[in-house]
Design a protein around this ligand. Structure first.
Ligand SMILES: Nc1ncnc2c1ncn2[C@@H]1O[C@H](COP(=O)(O)OP(=O)(O)OP(=O)(O)O)[C@@H](O)[C@H]1O
Length: 118
């Protein structure tokens, strides 16, 4: 891949980021929660290891939400008819986001509990 090709792929990825952000209410909410968590991280001066874990789960949730958005679009592209398989595929993709979000919440509680309780 040439430098130009790499740069173009990077721009396409940024376009994808922008498109999913403006189209997806969930992604905006998750980004806001992520930013609040980062703010809390600065406020409580969490450790480097805690930063790594927090940033990893934020990236996981946001990344999975974008893949979920992409799968929803792909299913709609294949069929707009009501079909059990189409619904199941969307539900599984949404379930993946839910799993990551619940894990992120648990990790957030584990990390910030000790700072909040003193
Ligand atoms: N073609 C379809 N056939 C059967 N069920 C569907 C179909 N499309 C969507 N569904 C069902 O409706 C749910 C919502 O799908 P939809 O594409 O509207 O997502 P959404 O509610 O807009 O999600 P988001 O708010 O994240 O965009 C799916 O999870 C699925 O259960």
């Amino acid at each position: 891949m040439t430098v130009n090709g790499f740069f173009r792929s990077f721009l396409y990825a940024l376009q994808g980021l922008r498109a999913s952000f403006w189209e997806q209410r969930n992604l905006k909410v998750q980004t806001l929660v992520g930013l609040i968590t980062v703010g809390a991280g600065f406020y409580f001066s969490i450790t480097a290891t805690e930063w790594c874990i927090i940033l990893l789960v934020i990236g996981l949730v946001l990344g999975l939400e974008m893949i979920n958005t992409s799968i929803e679009g792909l299913v709609d592209l294949v069929t707009l008819e009501r079909k059990p398989l189409a619904g199941k595929i969307k539900d599984i993709a949404a379930g993946a986001v839910l799993v990551a979000s619940v894990i992120a919440l648990v990790i957030g509680v584990i990390i910030f509990r000790k700072y909040c309780l003193g």
